[in-house]
Ligand binder design. Structure first.
Ligand code: GTP
Ligand code: MG
Length: 333
């Protein structure tokens, strides 16, 4: 499988706009010999703004366009008219993008939320027109501020968190529900198969300052590799995840069998998928009592060999903290 469409590291050149000059202008009208100052302010230079988008998965947009310049503010004019602000430029990036200063490699910011906007390079302020500078002793100032020039910056965009954890499961297993309780993502959830039609990403916040990305993709079914269902096409989205979470509902007739089918489809897609860390999570365990869980544990321990497993319930909020702890460990070991 090629990974040609994954671009997760780019260097781009940014330039914010110059502020417009303040105007030096003296008001003139017929019959008014000594008009006052009326030079308006310059407009603000355009900002360069980074914006998070849940619909983006890579930095592919930046593969060909590497230079971004915001508009300049217009100069102020007579009659105290303020120049128009320069046009802002937005750079849309996937969630989990880290932006570094290309020279110092220092992290400037990180984008984790859909729609989140951060100004990375502010436009220069417009200069103030001479109207602002009139004083008791100088009624006709012939002075206005120049605009402040824009700035230049070379940055590295790095997709650090390209979905660290991928959710794999049959349709209706509760994948989207899990994403919705661990992250701020709001995927569609319903009691029928193929509710999820395209992948959803969410950022799982872990103990104050850490986070990782979780990807929810459409359900996988037996025969997916031959084109059945939808999930297969989207497997490439979790191809780069370091950890796969196999979600199998507590009411599955045969958990081990379901796991084997999922594993088989992944193998057919790309055998390297099996090299990833994986964990089996029994979802909807609010349907089980402790006795049943204990019994199942004994069986699963034998059947799954060394693959770790655990019980959770997104609805009843059972085992979620433990799940995050385990995932974090797997990601960082
Ligand atoms: N009892 C119980 N039901 C759950 C739990 N988690 C999810 N469900 C229900 O299971 C059904 C399917 O949930 P989804 O999250 O949409 O499942 P999915 O795996 O994303 O399904 P697809 O998108 O179709 O692949 C919904 O009716 C959920 O309310 C849980 O912890 N307990
Ligand atoms: Mg879903």
């Amino acid at each position: 499988m090629t990974e040609g469409n994954f671009v997760d590291y780019v260097k781009v050149q940014l330039e914010s706009g110059n502020g417009g000059k303040g105007s030096v202008h003296l008001h003139r009208e017929k019959f008014i010999t000594k008009g006052g100052p009326d030079g308006g302010d310059g407009g603000r230079g355009g900002h360069i703004i980074i914006r998070g988008s849940k619909d983006l998965w890579t930095l592919l947009n930046f593969k060909f366009k590497r230079k971004f310049a915001a508009g300049h503010g217009e100069h102020g004019a007579k009659s105290r008219s303020t120049g128009a602000d320069g046009e802002d430029v937005y750079l849309d990036v996937p969630l989990g993008t880290v932006i570094k200063d290309a020279e110092t490699e220092e992290v400037i910011m990180e984008i984790t939320e859909d729609g989140e906007e951060k100004i990375i390079l502010p436009g220069g302020l417009g200069g103030r027109g001479n109207w602002h500078f009139r004083t008791a002793t100088n009624q006709t100032p012939r002075y206005a501020q120049p605009g402040i020039p824009g700035q230049e910056l070379s940055v590295i965009l790095e997709l650090k968190l390209l979905a660290d954890v991928g959710l794999v499961g049959f349709p209706n297993a509760g994948k989207s529900t899990l994403l919705s309780v661990l992250t701020t993502a709001k995927p569609k959830i319903a009691d029928y198969e193929f509710t999820t039609l395209k992948p959803n990403l969410g950022i799982v916040k872990y103990r104050e300052f850490q986070s990782f990305v979780m990807a929810d993709i459409p359900g996988i079914i037996e025969g997916a590799a031959e084109g059945k269902g939808l999930g297969y096409y989207f497997l490439r989205h979790i191809e780069r995840n370091s950890t796969l979470l196999f979600l199998i509902p507590a009411d599955s007739k045969d958990i081990k069998n379901e796991y084997d089918i999922l594993l088989g489809e992944l193998r057919k897609f790309n055998p390297e998928m099996l090299d990833k860390e994986r964990m089996v999570v029994i979802s909807k365990s609010d349907m089980l009592d402790q006795e049943l869980k204990d019994e199942m544990s004994v069986v699963l321990k034998k059947e799954l060999h060394d693959v770790p497993f655990m019980f959770i319930s997104s609805v009843a909020q059972l085992g979620l903290t433990e799940l995050k702890d385990k995932l974090w460990k797997m990601l960082n070991d």
